[in-house]
Ligand binder design. Structure first.
Ligand code: 9WN
Length: 471
């Protein structure tokens, strides 16, 4: 088993306009490093100074990948710091709160989460009580691959130390988040998806009634730093908080959360990342002298469940599975494309995903210019160029698709994603997200993963053009 055709990234880069764009991008790389250094706290990198002043789980993994091109030590420390907040169950929390951040600078903070209610929470480390997509094993492998040869031993020792923690993270998903028994991990809150406000969950989320008095009055701090039209609505925030309250009420006990949460999904993006990281664990286990066989078996299980349970023939795409309503959600969002990260994805499914990516739904040309890849179908009635995960472009989803496309030899489309990402940053800076029609920036400025992942896309693409380089 393996990729359907051999990637030929080098010849693609050389023969396309991308080569010129890449050589002209030194200034952007310097700016990207400035962003990462500005947001560096001494032990981890904030996603952004004001809106997100703590450590976020998948942000740190993306950041470590980009950072490792320049500074392997900080990249390693980034992940080490995050794993200090790992729960005894193996769960890696979505947020590790930083006691040095100004009190009340993010809502909901530790006083709302109250994770000390759980015996599994790490003592002395206030965190959220939920997780985020498990991209960490993949990130750790990439960080290790970027290490200079003279650092090889240090990097391997770091990987050896991290491996049991990564394995525990995956074991937690396999054992405590497997309500269907298929091997697919279930998420219990939209914040766990990383794509919080995606229309992918609307059909379930919009039905959630928040009983009067269930959520105590609160003030949103995000609106101090971002315009309301860019962020989730107040109604959605009430629901986010209500789900948090239900989970807190059962002290974040996985079995009770699975039983209680009105939000329960098997998401293609979360599971594709889980699978991609499981493959990384196979390689890491090999490198550190552990047994890769359990990871191979787990990867096979997740691959089979992904294809069997989440592929919907009638839609010709992967759909999130709402486990409460037992429905596959038909909304055409970017989560449907993430299974490109599966190296064993059948060619017909790869082709269907690429067709959709090339269709007017994901290549809006309404105002002449267009940028790729929007997070939602441009033709949907509720497509929104401004609002969180409901249309705009993020560089982390671009990076994931770029990785997946290259893995399946779809280099032309992968190259267009890099070119579009470069153009967006050139136009608007390292913003959190971008309008796909005019390229304007939204959300935070100086956003860390935008800087880190653009760095990775540019330097990987460049090094592919230099014969004899590692990648
Ligand atoms: C809630 C930090 C995080 C990202 C998520 C993104 C957003 C938080 C928020 O910011 O979520 O976790 O307050 O909106 O949706 O993917 O990790 O950058």
């Amino acid at each position: 088993m393996g990729p359907v055709s051999k990637p030929d990234w080098t010849s693609h880069v050389l023969s396309s306009g991308l080569a010129a764009a890449l050589t002209a991008s030194d200034d952007l790389l310097a700016d990207a490093l400035d962003v990462l250094d500005t947001n560096w706290t001494g032990s981890y990198t904030r996603p952004s100074q004001q809106l997100y002043p703590h450590q976020w789980s998948w942000d740190s993994a993306f950041i470590a990948v980009g950072r490792s091109w320049h500074d392997a030590e900080r990249a390693r420390l980034e992940l080490e710091t995050l794993f200090q907040a790992q729960w005894r169950t193996g769960m890696v929390p979505s947020i590790a709160f930083d006691p040095a951040a100004p009190a009340g600078s993010y809502f909901p903070g530790p006083d709302v989460w109250q994770t000390e209610r759980s015996p599994a929470a790490p003592p002395g480390h206030p965190t959220s009580g939920i997780t985020q997509p498990p991209i960490h094993a993949r990130a750790a492998l990439e960080v290790h691959r970027h290490a200079h040869p003279e650092e090889g031993e240090v990097s391997l020792a770091w990987l050896r130390d991290l491996y049991p923690k990564l394995a525990a993270q995956h074991r937690h998903l396999a054992e405590a988040r497997n309500p269907t028994g298929t091997g697919l991990a279930a998420i219990v809150h939209p914040w766990e998806s990383g794509l919080d406000d995606s229309p992918a969950w609307d059909r379930d989320f919009d039905r959630i009634e928040v009983p009067a008095g269930a959520v105590l009055p609160y003030r949103r701090h995000d609106l101090d730093h971002a315009v309301p039209a860019d962020r989730p609505t107040d109604t959605d925030y009430d629901r986010f908080l209500y789900l948090l309250t239900l989970e807190r009420d059962v002290a974040y006990d996985d079995a009770r959360v699975l039983a209680a949460s009105p939000f329960l999904f098997a998401d293609p993006l979360f599971n594709a990342i889980y699978l991609w990281s499981e493959h990384a664990l196979v390689e890491i286990a090999d490198l550190v002298g552990a047994d890769p066989a359990p990871h191979r078996a787990a990867a096979l299980r997740i691959h089979e469940a992904l294809v069997l349970e989440l592929w919907v023939d009638a839609q010709r795409r992967f759909c999130p599975w709402d486990l409460r309503r037992d429905e596959r959600e038909p909304e055409d969002t970017i989560v449907s494309f993430a299974p490109l990260l599966d190296p064993d994805l059948p060619p017909a499914m790869v082709a269907a995903i690429c067709r959709e990516l090339e269709s007017p739904s994901f290549r809006a040309r309404r105002r002449g210019a267009h940028f790729i890849v929007p997070t939602y179908d441009d033709r949907a009635a509720d497509f929104d160029v401004d609002r969180y995960w409901r249309g705009p472009i993020w560089l982390n989803t671009n990076w994931l698709l770029w990785k997946g496309l290259r893995q399946h030899g779809r280099d032309a489309l992968a190259g267009e994603i890099v070119a579009s990402s470069l153009e967006l940053v050139r136009l608007s800076g390292f913003r959190e997200y971008f309008d796909p029609l005019d390229g304007s920036g939204h959300g935070s400025e100086q956003f860390s993963w935008s800087a880190a992942l653009l760095t990775d896309m540019v330097l990987t693409s460049r090094s592919a053009t230099i014969p004899g380089r590692r990648r």
